[in-house]
Design a protein around this ligand. Structure first.
Ligand SMILES: O=C1N(Cc2ccc(-c3nnn[nH]3)cc2)c2ccc(Br)cc2C12CCN(S(=O)(=O)c1cccs1)CC2
Length: 232
């Protein structure tokens, strides 16, 4: 049984990423608005749009703190952000959503999302995803590293220097793998389960693209930032 040990450098890397992940959160007043009184479907959708916009801003700030990211080719940085924005947003949303919310908050938020014009065929996989994330009981370092691994996916559209991204991603995967072994010694397949969630994220991202088309049809408005990053 090989002794798994996180090196000093890996410890430092994990701290930088986890601190950045915790520092960049969406303003709670935005998320709180969702919990307030009953809104119409349009108002709910507008609130989710406002929150998604804030999530993208938080994602950009977090990504700048990933060691090595700013040394990548600038166009590749943009390609990675655009390619991972939806997945990173759903991952963070699921992580926040599955955290112990004050009792009743999750139900209220679920209700708000159901009543925002999002079709049931998308709601189901979305809710299944955040429940499956909740069951993993990830520690914050695992959450931050899993988001980082998602952002550093080499095969996003228009990435030119895939090798450079692959090297960065492998660095993060190595730390995440060791952390999983140390945090969940009774579950040798825990790391594989985490990576399995990334596959589920890609499916959600495809659903999201389809939903965008139907929202466009029903003339839903998005913010300039979301139009830019979601190519709507
Ligand atoms: O809004 C969501 N929520 C509620 C939510 C999200 C984040 C925080 C939060 N608080 N603090 N930090 N984060 C709180 C509640 C949530 C929860 C789980 C999953 Br899986 C996913 C979601 C979405 C993500 C965005 N979409 S979206 O389809 O992209 C869309 C955009 C515009 C209109 S619809 C809707 C579902």
């Amino acid at each position: 049984k090989e002794k798994v040990e996180i090196t000093k450098e890996q410890q430092a890397l994990m701290k930088i990423i986890t601190d950045a992940y915790n520092r960049h959160q969406i303003p709670q007043d935005v998320a709180k608005k969702l919990l307030q009184d009953q809104y119409s479907a349009e108002e709910n959708f507008l609130l989710l749009t406002e929150m998604a916009t804030s999530q993208v801003q938080v994602l950009v700030e977090f990504t700048k703190n990933i060691p090595g990211f700013l040394s990548l080719d600038r166009e590749d940085q943009i390609a990675l952000l655009k390619g991972s924005a939806v997945e990173a947003m759903f991952l963070r949303s699921a992580q926040v959503f599955s955290r112990k919310m004050p009792s009743g908050h999750t139900e209220v938020l679920e209700e708000r999302i159901r009543k925002s014009g999002i079709s049931e065929e998308f709601i189901t996989p979305m809710f299944n995803f955040y429940k499956s994330i909740g069951e993993l009981h990830m520690v914050q370092e695992e959450q931050a590293l899993l988001t980082t691994v998602t952002i550093l996916t080499p095969d996003r559209p228009y990435v030119k220097d895939q090798q450079a991204v692959e090297r960065l991603q492998e660095t993060m995967l190595d730390v995440l793998r060791k952390l999983c072994v140390l945090q969940h010694p009774q579950e040798p397949q825990y790391f594989a389960r985490l990576l399995g969630r990334l596959t589920e994220l890609r499916t959600l991202s495809h659903y999201h693209t389809e939903m965008l088309a139907s929202w466009r049809m029903n003339d839903h408005k998005f913010t300039p930032l979301l139009c830019e990053i979601w190519d709507v």
